[in-house]
Design a protein around this ligand. Structure first.
Ligand SMILES: [Zn+2]
Length: 188
């Protein structure tokens, strides 16, 4: 599904994300536990102190390991965010009717500055999360959608009545779009 979403990339990303969460979480828990254990060896009260002879080198070892575990989870979160943003941008592209998502549309739909939108899209496109689209830079920045252009030379759209509000929405055949009047999902 999705002509602008690279499904293989998203599926792989989701698997990698879950692995990072699991490995990072499990090793993080162990390393945190060992680090606590290390600190307990320095308690002034001998009653509560363990005398396992754990030294600073061992403590540093677990501290570094814990940092790596946290890094894995942070990277997993980053991948998860990219997946979500990919789906978000793809839904914007799907509801576009003329093949060009211009600056106004991009800033309206994202609520972000155009500079930040282009920066984010650049990452998603160059890393192959999004496909069938390209960035136009310069004084009139936009996203150029390429799928239908390649087939017919133009975007084929049809007027569809929104089931929720009755407004007429232009949608490409076989795609789902968001009603521009009420926000309901409309099928083309
Ligand atoms: Zn509507």
């Amino acid at each position: 599904m999705g002509r602008y979403i690279n499904s293989n990339k998203l599926n792989t990303s989701n698997v990698v994300k879950v692995i990072l969460y699991i490995v990072g979480g499990l090793t993080g828990a162990v390393n945190l536990f060992m680090l606590m254990f290390f600190f307990f060896s320095f308690l002034p009260d001998p009653e509560n102190r363990n005398d396992m002879g754990i030294n600073f080198a061992v403590g540093a070892f677990f501290a570094v390991n814990l940092a790596v575990s946290i890094l894995m989870i942070v990277i997993g979160l980053g991948i998860g965010k990219k997946v979500k943003r990919t789906q978000f941008y793809a839904s914007i592209f799907e509801s576009d009717t003329d093949g060009i998502v211009d600056k106004q549309e991009l800033t309206d739909q994202t609520g972000m500055q155009i500079f930040d939108v282009l920066k984010e899209l650049d990452v998603l496109i160059t890393r192959s999360y999004l496909r069938n689209c390209a960035l136009r830079r310069g004084s009139d920045p936009a996203v150029l959608l390429t799928v239908d252009n390649a087939v017919s030379g133009k975007f084929v759209t049809a007027a569809v009545k929104c089931p929720a509000c009755g407004g007429v929405v232009q949608i490409r055949k076989g795609t789902t779009a968001t009603c521009e009047y009420c926000g309901a999902v409309v099928k083309g």
